[in-house]
Design a binder for this molecule. Structure first.
Ligand code: THU
Length: 125
C-alpha cells in the first residue's frame, strides 16, 4: 500500500462523514503494523461534544478488532483543505502509534509528518 493509495482510502471514507453541524467532512485510513487498513469518518452529534473524529473512528474500529499497533494514518478533508488531527486524536494516536506517521494533504500534495512533531510531550502513564 503506497502513501497515495492510503490517502485515496481516506478520501473515500470522507464520503461517509456525518457532519450536519460543521459540514466539515473528514475521512481517515489507518495502516496496522500487520498491513491491514481500517477507515473512518467523523460522526457528529446534536450534543456537539459527542462528536467522534475520523481518526478516532478508524483507530477504535481497529482496536475493537484486535489491532493495537499502527504505522500510519492518512487524513483527508472532503473539501481538499488540510485537516490536522485535533489534540484528542493526537493523544489517542500516542497510545497506539507513538512512533507513527501522519499523512495529510496540503495544496493537493501529500505531506508526511510524525506524531512526535505534532505532540512532542504526549501524556503517558
Ligand atoms: N474533524 C475530524 O474528524 N478530524 C480532524 O482531523 C479535524 C476535525 C472533525 C470533527 C468535526 O466533526 C469537524 O471535523 C469539525 O471540527
Amino acid at each position: 500500500m503506497t502513501d497515495n493509495e492510503l490517502m485515496k482510502k481516506a478520501k473515500e471514507a470522507a464520503a461517509f462523514s456525518y457532519a450536519p453541524y460543521s459540514h466539515f467532512c473528514v475521512g481517515a485510513a489507518l495502516l496496522t503494523k500487520d498491513g491491514k487498513i481500517y477507515t473512518g469518518c467523523n460522526v457528529e452529534n446534536a450534543s456537539y461534544g459527542a462528536t467522534n473524529c475520523a481518526e478516532r473512528t478508524a483507530i477504535f474500529k481497529a482496536v475493537s478488532e484486535g489491532h493495537r499497533q499502527f504505522d500510519k494514518i492518512a487524513v483527508a478533508a472532503k473539501d481538499g483543505s488540510t485537516a490536522y488531527p485535533c489534540g484528542i486524536c493526537l493523544q489517542v494516536m500516542n497510545e497506539f502509534m507513538p512512533e507513527g506517521e501522519i499523512l495529510l494533504e496540503k495544496n493537493q500534495q501529500l505531506v508526511s509528518c510524525h506524531l512526535k512533531d505534532l505532540l512532542p510531550s504526549g501524556f503517558t502513564l
